[in-house]
Write a protein of this length. Structure first.
Ligand code: SAM
Length: 447
């Protein structure tokens, strides 16, 4: 790999004897990985792949993006180093969590794995195109307790003062740790880039701190080696606000953060650095900070409220009674003709760019209700009246958008379609055919 000269000089100075093996590791193959999804009722049978010691759901190995397992959200492709962030976050069911820089959704889906749909996960992405991908991944994963936003941190901070127990800042960075995974990252790099990124990181953190409950935790991570964006940012946070740096467990190959690359504060060694010449993964930095603020959380003045008319409610209830069991979300909200569940502890969302206020249930049509793809992927077997097994060949036709056939005896109605044990979408059976409700924008050709 042709590394920029300034990059080589910088890391020769910082790493000394370790520099040559570091540069050489950037020419080696990457190590792909994936996590299995505990929110799905049937986890894929224990993969043959080697499991990842520090991540409960993680494995080494490649994921086929056009497989049933991927489309149904039973697995999520993620680089092994990135998996340590979701573990360090130590999220519990019931937590109020903000994932501030969330797309495409690696950390969001990871922390959701530990929430069991309890508590609130606000997942935000500033870039609209990327926010759409975040929506896809959240829905595929079957997450029910996520509010998905497309906002800048400043505007978010106005709506969620002192609101979250834990905030993940997986910061936009100079991406040095991704050089070998994504060669483009080298093109953006110049000697000043890390300090430019650091300025943006401070702006993001400044807003994040306003949203943290007293005593809450910030998990700050990057995929760069640059001290300006790693130890020096954590040092700045400590100097500017009242935080302690939590110790993070180091597994084999994980190194401590380097105090000498910032102001020498030994607490910085509590952070973690992942270098590809020591660790089986890409470059990463992870830190966890606890707020020492002992103030009170802020009371919310205006909460989000339901806005359903009696007629709309009736259409949903008719669908629910005919098709669902043990699934009765209490709080429902309409955005246009789209029906969602929502968390009634949320503030009013006026003035925020909302991608999904909660789990998408479906569309209110003139005289009927049409269930959503997200609902099909979130429901477990005891929550659906009609389920229909389809073969992998039928699945290929389904994700391509074609009508598929079924037995003439199958009675008319909505069915959650199941392939290889996993829900893959809804279909409507009429006279031996299954009308296709796989979303148009997600259709793909397998062969
Ligand atoms: N957490 C993601 C995951 O695990 O899949 C990866 C996030 S990526 C490292 C950083 C994200 O920050 C990008 O999606 C980028 O669009 C977003 N971003 C860029 N500028 C930002 C800003 N000023 N405020 C907040 N987010 C920003």
């Amino acid at each position: 790999m042709q590394l920029p000269n300034d990059f080589k000089t910088k890391y020769q100075k910082l790493l000394g004897d370790d520099a040559e093996s570091f540069f050489a590791s950037l020419d080696k193959e990457t190590n792909p990985g994936f996590r299995i999804n505990p929110l799905k009722e049937y986890m894929p049978s224990e993969p043959d792949n080697e499991s990842i010691e520090y991540c409960q759901y993680g494995y080494y190995g490649d994921v086929n993006g056009k497989s049933v397992e991927h489309q149904s959200g039973a697995i999520y492709s993620q680089e092994p180093s990135a998996m340590y962030v979701g573990e360090v976050a130590d999220i519990k069911p019931g937590d109020y969590v903000l994932d501030l820089c969330a797309a495409p959704g690696g950390k969001t889906t990871h922390v959701a794995s530990y929430m069991d749909n309890q508590g609130l996960l606000v997942t935000n992405e500033i870039d609209h195109k990327r926010a759409k991908v975040l929506v896809e991944n959240v829905e595929r994963f079957g997450i029910r307790n996520a509010l998905i936003l497309n906002e800048n941190p400043n505007n978010l901070a106005k709506h969620f003062p002192r609101f979250f127990d834990k905030i993940l800042i997986d910061a936009p960075c100079s991406g040095e740790g991704m050089f070998r995974k994504n060669n483009d990252a080298i093109q953006y790099w110049n000697a000043d880039y890390p300090s430019q990124c650091a300025t943006r990181q401070k702006e993001i953190i400044e807003q994040a701190v306003k949203m943290l409950k007293p005593g809450g935790k910030i998990i700050y991570s990057t995929c760069t080696f640059a001290p300006e964006e790693d130890e020096q940012i954590v040092e700045w946070m400590k100097d500017t606000y009242d935080f302690s740096i939590d110790p993070i467990k180091k597994y084999e190959g994980m190194l401590s953060g380097k105090p000498q690359w910032a102001d020498g504060n030994e607490e910085l060694a509590n952070t973690v650095r992942l270098f590809p010449n020591h660790f089986k993964g890409e470059g990463h930095f992870v830190s966890k900070l606890s707020s020492n603020d002992e103030g009170n959380a802020k009371k919310i003045k205006h909460r989000l409220k339901s806005n359903l008319s009696i007629d709309d409610k009736k259409l949903w209830n008719e669908f629910k009674e005919a098709n669902l069991n043990n699934f009765d979300p209490k709080h429902l909200i309409l955005f246009g003709d789209q029906l969602y569940t929502f968390d009634n502890t949320l503030p009013d969302l006026k003035g925020l760019k909302v991608m999904r206020p909660g789990l998408h249930l479906g569309t209110i049509k003139k005289k009927r209700f049409e269930p959503s793809y997200a609902l099909a992927l979130a429901l477990h077997s005891d929550e659906v009246v009609n389920r229909l097994e389809i073969s992998e060949d039928d699945w290929k036709q389904y994700v391509h958008g074609d009508v598929i056939n079924c037995d003439k005896d199958v009675k008319k109605g909505w069915y959650q379609l199941i392939c290889k044990n996993q829900p893959v979408g809804f279909g409507k059976v009429v006279n031996g055919t299954i009308k296709n409700f796989f979303p148009k924008g997600l259709r793909f050709n397998v062969d």
